[in-house]
Design a protein around this ligand. Structure first.
Ligand code: F6P
Length: 544
């Protein structure tokens, strides 16, 4: 991968000048001068995902200059590099091959002279056999009963992805109840234990490193709790499983080898749902639906790998985001799924985006002088409309938004879905055009008619949004959508000249935690703390 400083490229300079020419252009005018704007600024993927990026503050020239930026930063080469298994995760000397997990195109991919496709197929077969046995009831607990509950014990990428996918695909779930323990807060595991019967529950210890303190602490607690409450010495053999790269640590914990589902160092935690880390997903929706999830991602991978940049969805969305963060100076981006099943999607993307691109050292080892990841946040519509849409419409902060909507509902009752659709369309329209275009053309809304722009009722519009319409939230479509965002984040990282696949920033907090934890049991603190930490610690000790 090249290490191009984006701000030194010719296109960046062109974009800087261009920004001053277009920064005040109204979207209203852009639609007036091009009656085919929707057609020219939307892409249909596999006839089941329509991406409409027309309601953005971009012109044809903007797009051309952004595409030039992608070319000057060798985005196409970087894409090839990733798919070929080059060690683009340089600071950890690893390949980045979550795309191989859903490849199944029977080609070979080599990492350190090992054809990883053989290992992937082997693990998938093991996952299929095990999940089938649990779902069909042939896997029995220690009292000979079939399994009813699955508890996934993991955090970060070992939680957020599996949770988001099992929630998003609830319409496809079987009888198994899936629970998640992630937080070190004792409330989390305590509340879950109230819901399950240890005779018919299996525990998946999901941790790539098998060393994350929250996960191992919860796993140890559960192990001891189960052994004590069941008084069954071999409980672990029938009820505890490890989803990890660190097999030795899992064996040392007491997981028997046949209960270990492996994945590899070239699978980043936040990109791991396609691997054994996604076992809870397979148990929830079955292996066939999991294969459809993989298939959807594979189709988006092929689009990303082969489509020319100007028609390449992840590339286009990445460039538009960069346009706002780097030139409009926007600080955040909102993900707004108009689908209750997708309620965990914004939280999932928070880790995907911000743990990947929340960096400030470039690939040459220098401090960046440009913005990197925006803050990602969001909430389902229409609830979000009754929470923070006031700010989106009339606030002082420009916030680009991704609206996501499934055309076909899994739960079509009364006229609910038509109302959800109307809200989805109305919000992006109102955000784009504001009062002037809409109210003045709509006579029965004179209550909102305001001649002055300095009015409490005035909505300026010109607020950018992408509309992503799904035909239906199916395993295949969700797979494509997740892959779309994975690749969008990748392209942004390439152009921002940062390493998107390490996460060194989380290590300091862990170090300080261990210092403080060590001090809690001592009368006198062994570490020189600041007065705030010391004051808080003293108060804690007094209250305790
Ligand atoms: O947040 C840091 C991190 O390493 C994430 O990247 C990862 O998903 C999470 O912690 C959990 O790591 P593990 O799967 O190794 O327990």
């Amino acid at each position: 991968m090249k290490n191009i400083n984006p701000t030194k490229t010719f296109s960046w300079k062109q974009l800087t000048d261009h920004f001053y020419d277009v920064k005040n252009i109204c979207m209203n005018d852009l639609f007036n001068i091009d009656q085919n704007r929707f057609h020219n600024y939307s892409i249909l993927f596999q006839d089941n995902i329509l991406v409409d990026f027309s309601k953005n503050r971009i012109t044809n020239q903007t797009l051309q200059l952004l595409l030039m930026l992608a070319k000057e930063c060798f985005v196409s080469d970087a894409i090839q590099s990733m798919f070929l298994g080059h060690k683009i995760n340089k600071t950890e000397n690893r390949s980045v091959l979550h795309v191989a997990l859903r490849n199944q195109l029977n080609n070979s991919i080599f990492v350190d002279n090992v054809n990883i496709m053989i290992n992937i197929q082997k693990e998938l077969k093991k996952i299929k056999n095990f999940s089938d046995s649990v779902i069909q009831g042939s896997w029995k607990g220690y009292t000979g009963k079939s399994i009813s509950d699955v508890v996934n014990v993991g955090i970060g990428g070992s939680y957020l992805g599996p949770y988001m996918v099992t929630e998003s695909l609830k319409a496809y779930k079987n009888h198994l109840k899936i629970h998640f323990v992630s937080n070190i807060d004792g409330t989390n595991v305590t509340e879950i234990l109230k819901k399950v019967n240890l005779e018919t529950t299996i525990f998946l210890i999901a941790s790539k490193s098998f060393s994350t303190d929250e996960t191992i602490s919860n796993a140890n607690y559960l192990k001891n709790w189960c052994l004590f409450h069941t008084n069954y010495a071999k409980y672990l053999d029938l009820h505890f499983f490890a989803l990890c790269e660190n097999v030795t640590a899992a064996l040392n914990f007491g997981i028997v080898s046949r209960n270990i589902f492996k994945f590899w160092d070239w699978v980043g935690g936040r990109y791991s749902i396609w691997s054994s880390a996604g076992l809870s997903i397979v148990l929830s929706i079955g292996f066939k639906n999991f294969e459809l999830l993989l298939c959807g991602a594979r189709m988006m991978d092929q689009h990303f790998l082969n489509q020319e940049l100007s028609q390449n969805i992840p590339v286009i969305l990445a460039l538009i985001s960069l346009w706002y963060t780097s030139f409009f100076g926007t600080e955040t981006e909102a993900i707004l799924p108009y689908d209750e099943y997708m309620h965990a999607f914004p939280e999932y993307l928070q880790q995907s985006y911000m743990e990947s691109n929340g960096k400030s050292i470039d690939r040459n080892g220098n401090l960046v002088t440009w913005k990197t990841s925006p803050i990602i946040w969001g909430q389902c519509g229409t609830n979000s409309q009754h929470s923070f849409f006031q700010l989106l419409h009339q606030g002082t902060t420009l916030i680009p938004c991704d609206f996501i909507f499934p055309a076909i509902s899994h739960n079509p009752i009364n006229d609910h879905h038509e109302k959800l659709l109307s809200n989805f369309l109305a919000q992006t329209r109102a955000l784009a055009f504001g009062n002037e275009k809409i109210i003045n053309n709509n006579m029965n809304s004179n209550s909102l008619n305001c001649s002055s722009r300095v009015s409490y009722k005035y909505c300026p519009g010109n607020k950018p949004t992408n509309s992503i319409m799904l035909k239906k939230l199916t395993p295949c479509v969700l797979g494509s959508l997740i892959s779309l965002y994975e690749h969008k984040i990748f392209v942004q990282g390439v152009i921002l000249n940062i390493f998107s696949f390490d996460q060194w920033g989380v290590e300091l907090g862990k170090l300080v935690t261990n210092d403080i934890l060590g001090d809690l049991s001592k009368e006198k603190f062994s570490n020189q703390y600041d007065s705030s930490t010391r004051g808080l610690l003293n108060s804690y000790k007094q209250w305790m």
